[in-house]
Design a protein around this ligand. Sequence first.
Ligand SMILES: [Zn+2]
Length: 229
Amino acid sequence: MKTCVLLFSGGVDSTTTLDMLVKDNFNVYPLYIDYGQKALRSEIEAVKYFIKKYNINQLKIVKTSTYKDIQGHPLLNLNKELDIASTDLTTSKNFLHFRNLTFACIAAIYSREVNAENIAFGFINKSTFNSFPDTSPDFVKKLNDLLNIIEPDFPIKIIVPCISLTKKEIVKHGIHNNISLNKTYSCYESKRCYKCESCLDVLMAFDDLSLEINIKDLKRYNPYKLITE
Ligand SMILES: [Zn+2]
């Protein structure tokens, strides 16, 4: 059976990725990284909901204090304000430096424990806002090469089943496949803030689908209450 470690945060993208992997007959080992993020409790609640729903027994939670020890990053520190949706992402306060490279290393270590030959990320296509550079196809290719230079005798493949899908297509896929998107958690803050780029991305995707999908389904799957409600 194909086996993979999935970096799973309980957000819209990694949940859709989980759904695709399970349907593609992967034996999935979800890995959640606790780096001290404000959204920790809400993310873990979502993560636990979905692993139960997909009948996955094993959840690995790895805690790292790297970001807390080195930076007082606004994604971690309640007293520091995040940037509202920004287009200049590498200088955005929301950019957590080397996050996916760090996460990939942790996933690669875990892959040895569970004998997984694949590591999956929930990266998607450039969506409403610019994508972070460590989610690009170029990053994926070079990361793959890098991991295989380090340990060529244990080949690892980075898989990103959603890389060509926009956020709108992800949400559409979720609704058509009956994924409980309303149980996902994608916000950077401890409670859905409706203003970070992650919240806005999801909200706008639902909004964009209003001509294609009936309002009852949009409301049912939408993790956000409508502002007007
Ligand atoms: Zn938010």
